[in-house]
Design a protein around this ligand. Structure first.
Ligand code: SF4
Ligand code: SF4
Length: 207
C-alpha cells in the first residue's frame, strides 16, 4: 500500500464499516443487511467460497478488515445477480462484492495469484493498448504468466485447440505482430484519462 493510501485509511483503524461506507463503491448499503442469509443461499457459487456475501457483510460490521480485504471470495462473483433479485433489503450485493475486490486491489491487499484477478489485469492491460483485445497476445500472456517452461507446456497442451481455431479463421498468428485496434486510439486514450480523472474526484475512489 502506498504512503498516501496508508495515511488515508489510518483514520478508519477502529471502524472498518465506516471505511467501507466511504471508500467502497455501494459500501454505504452494508449496514442495511439484516443477515437473513438469502443471498448466500441463492448464490450458485457461495457454498464453494470461504466467505459468501452474508458472511462478508457480517465480517465488515465486526471489523475483520484484513480477512475481508485479503479474501478471494469477492473475486469469484460471476455477476449472475441471483442475490440482488432476492435480497429483501434490496442491497446491490453484486456491486458491493466487485467494489470490495476493486478496493482491495487498489490497496495492494488482494490475493496476488487469484486467477480472476490475474486474468482481469492481463485483459485490461491488453485492451487499453489499442482499444480492442488482441486474443493471441492475451492467450500467450496467460500461458506464460507462470514462466517460460510452464508457458511452453501450456501452449503444447492447447495446440490442438489453437490449430482448430486457426483452421476456422478464429485465430490469426500474424496478429502477434500487427493485431487489430480501434481507429481512434488517441480518442480511447483520452477517454480512459478522463475516466480516471472522474474516478479520482469521487469520494470512494479518492486516495
Ligand atoms: S439477502 Fe440481503 S439482507 Fe439478507 S443477508 Fe444477504 S445482503 Fe443481507
Ligand atoms: S452475483 Fe455474485 S454474489 Fe450474487 S449470487 Fe451471483 S455469484 Fe453470488
Amino acid at each position: 500500500m502506498s504512503d498516501l493510501n496508508a495515511q488515508a485509511v489510518a483514520k478508519y483503524r477502529t471502524n472498518f464499516l465506516k471505511e467501507v461506507e466511504e471508500r467502497v463503491e455501494e459500501g454505504e448499503w452494508v449496514k442495511m443487511c439484516m443477515q437473513c442469509g438469502v443471498c448466500s443461499g441463492s448464490c450458485p457459487l457461495g457454498p464453494y467460497w470461504a466467505h459468501p456475501p452474508q458472511e462478508i457483510f457480517m465480517m465488515i460490521r465486526a471489523g475483520r478488515r484484513d480477512e475481508v480485504l485479503t479474501s478471494d471470495s469477492m473475486w469469484m462473483c460471476t455477476s449472475c445477480y441471483n442475490c440482488i433479485v432476492r435480497c429483501p433489503r434490496k442491497l446491490p450485493i453484486t456491486h458491493i462484492m466487485h467494489g470490495l475486490a476493486n478496493y482491495a486491489h487498489r490497496l495492494g491487499l488482494a490475493p496476488k495469484n487469484q486467477p480472476t484477478r490475474v486474468f482481469a489485469t492481463l485483459f485490461w492491460n491488453n485492451l487499453i493498448r489499442t482499444g480492442r483485445v488482441n486474443e493471441l497476445k492475451l492467450s500467450l500472456a496467460l500461458y506464460f504468466k507462470d514462466g517460460f517452461k510452464q508457458g511452453i507446456q501450456n501452449a503444447l497442451n492447447m495446440q490442438k485447440t489453437g490449430l482448430g481455431l486457426m483452421k476456422a479463421k478464429r485465430l490469426n498468428p500474424f496478429e502477434l505482430f500487427s493485431g487489430h485496434g480501434c481507429k481512434d486510439k488517441k480518442g480511447i486514450a483520452a477517454m480512459l484519462k478522463k475516466a480516471r480523472e472522474i474516478e479520482a474526484s469521487r469520494k470512494h475512489f479518492a486516495n
